[in-house]
Ligand binder design. Sequence first.
Ligand code: IPD
Ligand code: CA
Ligand code: CA
Length: 254
Amino acid sequence: MLNKIIEIAKQAGEIAKDGFQSKFEIDYKSNSTDLVTEYDKKVEAVIINFIRKEFPTHSILAEESGQSEKSSEFRWVIDPIDGTTNFAHGLPIFSVSIGVQRNGKTIFGVVNDVMMETIYSAELGNGSYSNNTKLKVSSNYELKKSLLVTGFPYDLENYLPNISEKFSEFLLKSRAVRRLGSAAIDFCYIAAGVFDGYWEMNLHPWDMCAGKLIVEEAGGLVTNFSGKDIDIFSKEILATNGRIHSKMREILTS
Ligand code: IPD
Ligand code: CA
Ligand code: CA
């Protein structure tokens, strides 16, 4: 099954790549910062058609078309283009993210970092890989030597000033903080040991389903800000190498 997920993530990535920097339609969703392009819809349709053909009984939760009617023990959780704002502006940081759950537990995760031509994948209990290289989180214990990443929700105004306060505090207490604009890639870079810690509020299940498993299978830790286990519907995400987790928690809960 993992090979099938990788196959469709690659096909989806090719379609997104063909559309990148071309002329396409852009619509707005919840507000004027929440975009959807013609390619988000196109890519999602191709993934869904593939699932319907290969796994007709499975249920689907996908960003642009929502939850399917079917009630199977298997559920595919899909973000066709994670990093739509980047994609729409011609910034080459976006991904295709596909997670598969069985009875509510994520068993496979695949993220196609399209422009880097890298497929991140994980199977529950079997480790995480980038293409064919096994991934391991960083071994850094010090916040001051950590490279952190975060992201911001589209309804940012509802979470201010808290978000900007935490952002400022991490800026001062870490080596640097980045904002890439694709949550799925943020998770993969934690798994690969590039970033040491990632936090964000108000993610959606499709932003985190695959990435969370990829981090965990690379030896990292993913919880809410209080350190509790979470499912893909959590509104708080803290993903780290495990070593700086409590230091980040302290700041996020203070
Ligand atoms: C967004 C990206 C971004 C994160 C936002 C997400 P989208 O997903 O993952 O990095 O900060 O919270 O909504 O809209 O590009 O699929
Ligand atoms: Ca997303
Ligand atoms: Ca998306």
